[in-house]
Design a protein around this ligand. Structure first.
Ligand SMILES: Nc1ncnc2c1ncn2[C@@H]1O[C@H](COP(=O)(O)OP(=O)(O)OP(=O)(O)O)[C@@H](O)[C@H]1O
Ligand SMILES: [Mg+2]
Length: 446
């Protein structure tokens, strides 16, 4: 499958400077306009994304279905803007600053996630694919980790928070790859691969690398391109070891050892060769270029070639400058503060956003693309149908219910359709549903 559907779910950490306000109270204030408009804190927006309040008072945005890296980046950034707009209103109402962090850990050690979803064909055996992908997923933190301080500098925020390799459980055992069968599409043709292990990232090139390298791995596996079949003896021990060192020896099931750097170098080289034979794609070329440069930086120890693109390297450079200035160890509270402030999503306040505005972190999207993605669904996938349907329903004040798969007009008679093909941006049946709404609710518009 060369064209693929994918989406990303981001949970945000929420806090305030004012004492005495519980996370639940903050979240309730944050979602007040959403609940007022939709009578629910679990909604689909006109840009076809899902906005909801998950357990633990973490707002979550799940982007609409995308089919290109640029589209996904614009929609992921649009998610930040949507929750930031809610936060700006809530902080006026509460008369206290509100902070939304796109990271994976709060100050008391609770972890929250950033999940990736990739469409795969039903013919692919998910368990086999998961097993083949595991060595890649365990070691990819050295290319696209967000960086962290935990007894020293670490590549990833999430590596310490997973407990199983491939499994169908989500919360109980927190696996790296989740095999729960919920395709949100025609289940006879498609499956959805749910990756739970990634860090939330701030720099757009890091997001491109994270998504693009996974897309390339999936392509190569599905197309039968020869790849090393490495099975880690203990994926969880390995993910913890990689977090501390790209060169730590990782034991394989056959008794040999390889480092994360060895494993990623082999996958990157395979991706370079694969790129030369698949149809040209500028985004994937840029992804593989950054992948290669990141591995080279790890070998040389000189991060200057990637420290405007790769989160962990940007953060490492920033923290290291402070460490030298303060002449302190990694445990210094000022460094912890920077480690957190990097993930504050507020433009002009969050460190990553400030660096980006100064040109010290490269962008992949443009402001105009993000602005458009706040309002408009991706135009090349099923998301467009959901977005158009929701926008018209809102204009007409028609009672509707939607999820990833279904569009429904609730009254006067329930009318619904299923969009089993997530690739399809056009469907006559949606026009039929819109006509039905117009017939019954047009008068309410005036
Ligand atoms: N057929 C599909 N293939 C791949 N990704 C999809 C498909 N349909 C939807 N998605 C993406 O999957 C994500 C689903 O997000 P959502 O938060 O609803 O996840 P979930 O796993 O269904 O549920 P929850 O987070 O509540 O456990 C979205 O980003 C969406 O764009
Ligand atoms: Mg979700």
């Amino acid at each position: 499958m060369l064209r693929r559907i994918f989406g990303i779910e981001t949970e945000y950490g929420l806090s305030t400077g004012r004492r005495g306000l519980s996370p639940e109270e903050l979240a309730r204030e944050l979602f007040r306009p959403v609940v007022e408009e939709y009578s629910s804190s679990n909604v689909f927006l006109p840009n076809a994304s899902r906005l909801y309040l998950d357990v633990g008072a973490h707002p979550e945005v799940a982007t609409a279905e995308c089919d290109s890296i640029s589209q996904l980046i614009a929609h992921e950034r649009a998610g930040d803007e949507i929750v930031d707009n809610l936060a700006r209103r809530a902080e006026t109402a509460l008369d206290t600053p509100l902070y939304l962090f796109k990271n994976n850990l709060d100050s008391v050690g609770n972890s929250y996630g950033c999940h990736e979803n990739y469409l795969i064909s039903r013919g692919t055996v998910l368990k086999t694919l998961g097993r083949q992908l595991l060595a890649f997923m365990v070691t990819r933190q050295i290319i696209c980790g967000a960086g962290n301080i935990d007894g020293g500098f670490r590549f990833s925020q999430r590596a310490e928070q997973v407990w199983e390799g491939v499994s169908s459980a989500t919360t109980r055992s927190r696996p790296i790859i989740n095999t729960r069968d919920e395709p949100h599409a025609d289940s006879s043709r498609y499956r959805r691969l749910h990756v739970i292990v990634g860090d939330s990232v701030m720099a757009e090139p890091t997001l491109a690398l994270k998504i693009g390298s996974a897309l390339l791995m999936l392509e190569m596996l599905e197309e039968g391109y020869p790849l090393p079949d490495w099975e880690l003896a203990d994926p969880i021990a390995a993910i913890r070891a990689v977090n501390k060192s790209a060169t730590a020896p990782l034991e394989l099931s056959d008794g040999t050892t390889l480092s994360a750097l060895d494993i990623q170098s082999a996958f990157c080289e395979a991706a370079e060769n694969w790129l030369a034979q698949r149809p040209e794609d500028d985004s994937l070329t840029a992804v593989v270029d950054l992948w290669r440069r990141t591995l080279e930086a790890l070998v040389s120890g000189d991060y200057s070639g990637i420290d405007r693109e790769v989160d962990w390297a940007i953060k490492y450079s920033l923290l290291n400058r402070y460490r030298e200035r303060l002449d302190c160890g990694w445990e210094h509270p000022k460094l912890a503060q920077i480690n957190l402030a990097y993930h504050d999503i507020r433009p002009g306040r969050g460190l990553a956003r400030v660096l980006e505005a100064k040109g010290l972190i490269r962008r992949w999207s443009t402001e105009a693309e993000v602005r458009a993605a706040v309002e408009e669904p991706p135009q090349s996938t099923r998301a467009r149908l959901r977005g158009d349907f929701l926008r018209r329903a809102r204009q007409l004040g028609a009672p509707v219910t939607v999820d990833w798969l279904r569009l429904k007009v609730n009254r006067p008679e329930p009318q619904f359709i299923e969009l089993g093909d997530p690739f399809a941006p056009c469907d006559e049946r949606v026009e039929g549903l819109i006509a039905y709404m117009e017939e019954h609710y047009e008068h309410a518009e005036q």
